[in-house]
Design a protein. Sequence first.
Length: 72
Amino acid sequence: MFSSEGLPRLRSLETEIAQVRAENAELARTNTQLQRKVQKLKQDPRSVERLARDELGLVRNTEVVFQFPAQR
């Protein structure tokens, strides 16, 4: 009726369940952060500009960009 592998297998599955739950919790936190970022980008034009400048290197057409060689 009972297998010799039953209890060790149960413990293994319990550990796996705990790991998956921890991963799900972390993903939920990440999703919440991303949802907040999306909302901010939708509602605040300055956030869009900051993102465009920081990540894409965009500038306004009235701005002059000076590029200097990297110092050694």
